[in-house]
Write a protein that binds this ligand. Sequence first.
Ligand SMILES: [Zn+2]
Length: 260
Amino acid sequence: MLFFGLTLLVAAMASALMLFVTPPIWIGLALLFGYVAVILAGVMIPRLAMFAPVIWRVRNGRSEVVLTFDDGPQPESTRKVLATLNRFGAHATFFVLASKALAAPEVLREIAAAGHEIGVHGDRHDRLLSFRHPDRIASDVERAQGAVAAATGQQPRLFRPPMGHISPRTALVAGRLGLTLVGWSVRGRDGLSRTTAAAVLSRVVAGLRPGAIVLLHDASERSPREPAGVAALPAILEETRRRGLRCVSLSQALAQEPWQ
Ligand SMILES: [Zn+2]
């Protein structure tokens, strides 16, 4: 947020300067495009935390990592992920979509019953959600909260927006709904159709260190295809174990209550 403040300051100073000297039009345009580029970077790169506090890593001094799974639940692939996590005694955080949660509430109950945490990821994975009207963003997120509450009886407090995009509007709605915004420090890019389990593994392992928040998928965004992260998960968990890292849910790592 400090960065956003600085950009505003620079913009204000540039505007003040233009009152005294009339610069060539190209300088004005360059400043405008530069400013838009900075704002877009702030929306698209959650770790910049430009418009709101965003948790993208954990600094608790413990040997813990947080595995997160987006875009589910999808009964078959989500259950594979649950079985693998169980085999390694690992816990994780799932960011679920309302549209899929309403179709498979029993899978949400299985996630919660296994001691994992459930956050929300929106309704139908609207890629432009962060640019919508705040009321539209709120209703999208509330649908996901409602779906989780209906299935598990618990109200989620974590929100990872689709694509991780966080605009001033997303920040406003998250604040209004009392939701904590969550990004990531390393991602497997396992949502891409052409990626392989080996590629996902090497990407994740490169960022595997205490406090890492790892972005993986337990379902594809729109198709029933199994994301490569599901096949990569056993090797990822082997590697975390080898490095003496414990996989915990985000709330465990932050030592906070998982539900509102
Ligand atoms: Zn997603």
